[in-house]
Design a protein around this ligand. Structure first.
Ligand SMILES: *Cc1c(COP(=O)(O)O)cnc(C)c1O
Length: 454
């Protein structure tokens, strides 16, 4: 057995179109509802938040949507990203499985997030927007939008979940380096933030709260719009560049995945790797298994309800049907900050509900162990979020070993962990424990779900 293999594509192979799985679904998504009337919303309802091009992509049923040339131009900075065959890891596991991973950590901010930050900034610039507000959990999204905003000359304001703001000062510095402003959420700057602080001055924040703050500032100003780094249909679609590239790279390897594994926060990096293959399952009769891995401490797919809910804590967003733990659920401060969201992207929820995807939850200690095993074999230190995908892939490889099967496993290594070394320090100091959630708090959050006729 030789060393790990890298499959590289020329930049001319950067996809010219994003793949929209909505074209291939047997049943459409449930409509997005107005929070006041409970009626399906139209494009105009979303206009205060997003430019029309993105709203059109959100509801498009076209299978492929052209990637604007200026966006491909910026993608060239780091795309195509490499795909590796993890032969050293295979050897360490002594598995007959062939393990492949797509590595998105080579982007400027170190994760898959710029794949959507760049087109979002581009379409907003085209629409004359001067300023974007957003939330960030671990900081990957905030730094990606800060970078993309700078590229297209748009001001960026980031509300960062307070627990991460304190755990990860370097992410804030990165946003500042790109010229963005970053404040800890809940903040005193918005009504939503002040309301939370009044009730709980020590609130460590959550993505749901930070979204409320960012949305509030966007709707208050005419020249300001809002950007979301996950969950929405157009965001998931932008990420398919990585999956489409991986199809070409798997062809270079003369192989095709039997199993695909991705980690899920709001579902975007998972959709990026999985949807192009799921589309082939639906259209061409392929039968790739698809596994979605989430943290056991924030288990929206495995423990949440598939129901209409708000995307934020202050109940300002439209209602979407998704797997949710309830918009009032505040997850514990475990380290994979990017996976700490109460809901799941409606498209990922929908394909899980249709039975096309196998959801799975892991505790964080076993994920860190898997991440370290991976780093020692392949040299790359995964982001804490990405360790969930690593763990899922290793488990599949061990199943292959037990069953004596030689399957091809492809997973998305969605980001590196260079800004997350405090989490690794804590792990080596024995300070990382499996965190759970409060069952009664979850029951309360679920009981508070809005009642919707549909
Ligand atoms: C943001 C982030 C996630 C979670 O978001 P998804 O939309 O589910 O992909 C996972 N991994 C990394 C590295 C991230 O930056």
């Amino acid at each position: 057995m030789s060393d790990s293999i890298k499959y590289l594509l020329d930049e001319s192979a950067i996809p010219k179109q994003w793949y929209n799985i909505q074209a291939d679904l047997p049943t459409p998504l449930s409509p997005v509802l107005h929070p006041g009337t409970g009626q399906p919303i139209g494009p105009d309802d979303l206009a205060p938040l997003f430019p029309m091009e993105l709203i059109a992509q959100e509801v498009s049923q076209e299978r492929y949507i052209d990637i604007p040339e200026p966006v491909r131009e910026v993608y060239r900075q780091w795309r195509c990203t490499p795909l590796y065959r993890a032969r050293r890891l295979e050897k360490a596991l002594d598995t007959p499985a062939r393990i492949y991973y797509k590595y998105e950590g080579v982007s400027p901010s170190g994760s898959h997030k710029p794949n959507t930050a760049v087109p979002q900034a581009f379409y907003n610039k085209q629409a004359g927007v001067k300023r974007l507000t957003t939330e960030t959990g671990a900081g990957q999204w905030g730094s990606s939008l800060a970078y993309a905003g700078h590229v297209f000359g748009i001001e960026v304001k980031v509300f960062m979940v307070k627990v991460s703001f304190q755990q990860k000062p370097y992410r804030k510095a990165m946003m500042q380096t790109y010229g963005a402003t970053c404040v800890a959420s809940p903040s005193e700057e918005t009504q939503a933030g002040r309301a939370i602080l009044e009730k709980n001055p020590d609130s460590t924040g959550s993505l749901g709260i930070a979204i409320s703050e960012a949305v509030e500032q966007a709707v208050m100003a005419d020249d300001t719009k809002y950007a979301l780094g996950s969950v929405l249909n157009h965001v998931l679609m932008h990420q398919t560049v990585l999956g489409e590239e991986s199809i070409l790279q798997m062809e270079m390897a003369d192989d095709y995945p039997d199993v695909i594994v991705g980690c899920t926060g709001g579902g975007s990096n998972f959709a990026g790797i999985a949807f192009p293959y799921l589309g082939r399952n639906l259209r061409d009769g392929q039968s790739t298994r698809i596994v979605a891995v989430e943290p056991a401490a924030c288990p929206s797919l495995t423990r949440g309800r598939f129901a209409y809910d708000f995307g934020d804590t202050a109940k300002m967003t439209p209602l979407v049907k998704m797997h949710t733990l309830g918009s009032q659920f505040v997850p514990s401060g475990f380290h994979a900050g990017g996976l700490r969201y109460h809901g799941m992207g409606p498209l990922v929820s929908h394909v899980v509900d249709l039975g096309y995807v196998e959801p799975r939850a892991y505790n964080q200690v076993t994920c860190f162990e898997a991440g370290i095993e991976f780093a020692r074999a392949e040299g790359i230190i995964p982001a804490p979020e990405a360790t969930h995908a690593v763990k899922g892939a290793i488990d599949e490889a061990m199943r292959c070993k037990a069953e004596g099967k030689s399957e091809a496993i492809l997973f998305n290594l969605c980001g590196h962990g260079h800004f997350d070394m405090q989490a690794y320090i804590d792990f080596f100091d024995g300070k990382i424990a499996d965190q759970t959630y409060d069952e009664s708090e979850l029951a309360m959050a679920l009981a508070g779900l809005p009642s919707v006729a549909a």
